[in-house]
Design a protein around this ligand. Structure first.
Ligand code: FMN
Length: 218
């Protein structure tokens, strides 16, 4: 199954590249967005897990997150996080957040620049929490803020919950730690490593939410 997805992802881009005309750049952009949407639906998709970078003052910080949703227009990517994690403080200080998608078999790298916003109330947040599975909710029940120093190995779960999921009722306590992070994308970059020459292009969103596309030297 993994192989099939990798193959279809790569061959979908190869198919677009087989017709070089004035629409190629916008077709590539649409395919990137289509595949990002597909990645939210399957944990087997090569882009289901991405790296997101934030800034801690002048220093970069990176970590993996699960791509939860892709909205349009304009393009918005979302991940879920623990409100107590260090990244939320970093985003509140500086909303510049970059996404990175890469999978070695596909050899396509996507970089997305965004403005991130932490959401902890309202209908989007509520709907996201309600759609969250019990195993996922368990992650928000930790007594300690993620990153807290511990004297010994510590799974940060309520005692007795190491080997089971919370009940629906127990899971509600996680709501206070649950945050969604909505990232408004303003620039996308695509790089495809190929034996017969790499290709790279970028898409910048203008004030009318139109994407200006250009080829770049790889
Ligand atoms: C495969 C994978 C998926 C992850 N998904 C998420 C996620 O969706 N949200 C999240 O906050 N952390 C996720 N994590 C944990 C983060 O990478 C990170 O360790 C944690 O959020 C603390 O980051 P921070 O200290 O920069 O806030 C994931 C880790 C891995 C390895």
């Amino acid at each position: 199954m993994q192989g099939e997805i990798d193959l279809s992802l790569q061959s979908a881009f190869d198919l677009e590249l087989s017709t070089v005309d004035a629409t190629l750049l916008q077709r590539l952009r649409q395919l990137v967005i289509q595949q990002l949407k597909a990645a939210t639906q399957s944990h087997r998709h090569p882009w289901h897990v991405a790296v997101v970078a934030t800034c801690q003052g002048a220093e970069p910080r990176v970590r993996n997150v699960v791509l939860r949703s892709v909205g349009d227009p304009p393009l918005m990517l979302r991940f879920h996080t623990d409100l107590r994690s260090q990244k939320t403080e970093q985003i509140a200080e500086n909303p510049n957040l970059e996404w990175l998608f890469y999978e070695h078999k596909t050899r396509i790298q996507i970089r997305l620049r965004s403005q991130a916003r932490i959401v902890t109330q309202g209908s989007q947040w509520q709907a996201a929490w309600e759609a969250t599975s019990l195993p996922s909710r368990r992650c928000y029940l930790g007594p300690w803020a993620p990153g807290t120093a511990c004297e010994e190995p510590n799974v940060n779960l309520p005692s007795g919950m190491e080997h089971r999921n919370p009940s629906q009722e127990e899971s509600h306590a996680g709501m206070q730690n649950f945050a969604i992070v909505n990232c408004q994308i303003d620039r996308m970059e695509w790089l495809y490593l190929r034996h017969d020459g790499h290709l790279r292009c970028a898409f910048e969103r203008d004030t009318q939410d139109l994407w200006n596309a250009s080829w770049l030297a790889p």
